[in-house]
Design a protein around this ligand. Structure first.
Ligand code: ARG
Length: 249
C-alpha cells in the first residue's frame, strides 16, 4: 500500500544524526585574530569562537574538531559546501552575497569595520573621508568584508590585499601602508595590548556586521539547534561570561 511503501523510504540522515553517530562536530575556523580565534605559542586555539564551539560540542555531547580553510578566509564557504566541516564558526559576517551560498545562524554578535592607521597620521586622518585619497595605500585581508568596506568607503585610495592580520599590522606599523581596514574588535584587542600611542586607531565602526555561524542549505535541524543554543546561553548568563572574558569593554 501507499503507507507500506512510505515506511520503507528511510528519511535521509540529517547533519545532527551524522554528528551524533560520529561523535564529532567539525568546525571550519580560520584562526586569524583575537578576540574571535587565534593560535597561541603552543599552537593551541583560543578565543570567543573557540569557547563557543566547545560549549556547543558539550551541549551536543560530542567532541569538536577545528579545521582551517583550504585557502584564504572566504574559501571556507566552498569548503563547507564540499563537506570538509559541518559548520563555520569564524567571526564570519552575514552578508547577502555569502547567504547566496550558505545559510547563517541568527547573529551571535555584531561588529563593524574600522581603520587602523600609522601613528604619523594621528592629527591628519580623522575618518574614512580623510583617508579616501590616492595619496594613501590601504591594506585589507583577502576575502573579508574589509575588502568591501575599502571599495565602498575608500574608492580613491590605493589598496593591496594581505593574507594575515599580522602582515597588515606590520605594514601599518612600519609605514609601508597608511592604514588597515578590518574588524573593529581585532584592532581594539591589539591597541589594548600595545598601548594607545603605537597606532592611530579610528574606533568608529564604518559598517554594521552581524556575525553568524555558517551552515549548508540542507542542515535545518542543526540550524534550529544552534539558534536555540545561542538564545539559551544569551539568557542564562553563559554568553555574558564569555563576552567579558574576550571583549574589551
Ligand atoms: N568579519 C570579517 C568577515 O566576515 C572578517 C573575519 C575574519 N575572521 C577570521 N577568523 N579570520 O569577512
Amino acid at each position: 500500500s501507499f503507507f507500506a511503501c512510505d515506511e520503507q523510504q528511510k528519511a535521509p540522515e540529517s547533519a545532527v544524526d551524522r554528528i551524533l553517530s560520529k561523535g564529532v562536530l567539525r568546525i571550519g575556523m580560520d584562526p586569524g585574530y583575537l578576540p574571535f580565534e587565534m593560535k597561541d605559542r603552543q599552537g593551541e586555539l583560543m578565543g570567543f569562537d573557540v569557547d563557543l564551539a566547545y560549549l556547543l560540542g558539550d551541549t551536543m555531547g560530542v567532541r569538536v574538531e577545528f579545521i582551517p580553510p583550504s585557502g584564504s578566509y572566504a574559501t571556507m564557504l566552498d569548503d563547507l559546501k564540499a563537506n570538509r566541516f559541518d559548520i563555520i564558526i569564524s567571526g564570519m559576517t552575514i552578508t547577502p552575497q555569502r547567504n547566496l551560498k550558505i545559510m547563517f545562524s541568527d547573529p551571535y554578535i555584531t561588529v563593524g569595520q574600522a581603520i587602523l592607521a600609522n601613528n604619523r597620521h594621528r592629527n591628519t586622518i580623522r575618518n574614512a573621508d580623510d583617508l579616501n585619497s590616492t595619496n594613501y595605500l590601504v591594506v585589507y585581508l583577502e576575502g573579508t568584508t574589509g575588502a568591501a568596506a575599502v571599495d565602498r568607503f575608500l574608492p580613491r585610495a590605493r589598496r593591496i590585499a594581505v593574507s594575515t592580520q599580522q602582515e597588515g599590522v606590520a605594514m601599518v606599523r612600519e609605514g609601508r601602508a597608511d592604514a588597515f581596514v578590518y574588524d573593529l574588535p581585532a584592532f581594539a584587542t591589539l591597541v589594548a595590548k600595545e598601548g594607545k600611542n603605537v597606532f592611530h586607531f579610528i574606533d568608529q565602526p564604518l559598517t554594521f556586521e552581524p556575525i553568524g555561524m555558517g551552515l549548508r542549505f540542507t542542515d535545518h535541524e542543526l540550524l534550529n539547534l544552534i539558534n536555540n543554543f545561542t538564545r539559551q546561553i544569551q539568557a542564562d548568563g553563559t554568553y555574558d561570561t564569555l563576552y567579558d572574558r574576550w571583549f574589551i569593554q
